[in-house]
Ligand binder design. Structure first.
Ligand code: F6R
Length: 246
């Protein structure tokens, strides 16, 4: 784990790692497959990637992305959607081909769901798997929307959001009653399959869950603890989020 004085410096470092990977793949004429997160944690990383695109000519023409999750039900053009978030913070400002962007579809229903989830997994595999997965962490210990109880071997699926997660999302939905109860999320196994994982944690209010995740017993009660077994996973924290680590 790496603890930085502030999340700004840390975010720039993470953006640099991603840019280096993109350029390396470009030189080898290969696609770079990125797993991406939404929420407040990665915003500064995306801002820096956009800056690198505009000022340093970093191209995303060989990049394929898969987002972790989306609320259910959720329309793309709803301002609360992760589709909207990703376009606003990243995709609208870079040269990634539209067809390379994958975000779980928050409008799927009923008997389409299983097929859709399997197809999402298949598509990741078809591109050779995730080269890099960016993660945030929820106060429940969720990664993606893999809430407590999520299985180690879970794949992309529909889940029920934890109450704490809905409380945390309430302000942006102007009240908990408007927060969807479900979401579609990549699974723990999907995330674990990434060749490289970087989890971002900022601020004192993440300190307790970061401690449990890093120092606690591996258990489905804190799904992020599964990351302890990943060979190439780094927790990038600021002093607030790292403050309870021994
Ligand atoms: C979002 C996601 C979630 C968030 C987590 C932390 O795509 O997968 O796991 O990363 O809820 O959210 P923030 O960064 O807003 O604290």
């Amino acid at each position: 784990n790496v603890i930085f004085d502030d999340s700004n410096t840390a975010s720039i470092k993470v953006a640099e790692e991603i840019a280096t990977l993109i350029r390396k793949k470009q030189k080898a004429d290969k696609t770079c497959v990125l797993g991406l997160a939404t929420g407040s944690s990665p915003i500064r990383v995306y801002e820096e990637l956009v800056r690198m695109h505009k000022e340093e000519g970093l191209s995303f023409s060989n990049v394929v992305t898969f987002n972790l999750d989306e609320y259910l039900p959720m329309e793309k053009d709803n301002r609360q959607s992760y589709w909207y978030f990703m376009h606003e913070h990243l995709f609208n400002h870079i040269d990634i081909p539209k067809e390379n962007v994958h975000i779980p579809d928050g409008t799927i229903t009923g008997d389409q769901v299983l097929e859709y989830c399997l197809a999402y997994e298949k598509r990741i595999r078809e591109f050779g798997g995730l080269d890099f997965q960016l993660l945030g962490i929820g106060r429940t210990g969720h990664i993606g929307f893999n809430e407590p109880g999520s299985h180690y071997n879970s794949g992309t699926r529909v889940i029920t959001l934890d109450h704490i997660t809905r409380v945390d999302a309430a302000p942006s939905f102007l009240g908990i009653d408007h927060v969807p109860r479900k979401a579609i999320t990549m699974g723990i196994a999907t995330v674990r399959s990434a060749k490289r994982i970087v989890l971002l944690g900022w601020g004192q209010n993440k300190a307790e869950i970061i401690k449990k995740t890093v120092e606690g017993e591996i258990s489905s009660h804190v799904p992020a603890t599964y990351l302890q077994q990943h060979k190439n996973c780094t927790f990038v924290l600021d002093t607030g989020a790292g403050s309870e680590l021994t």
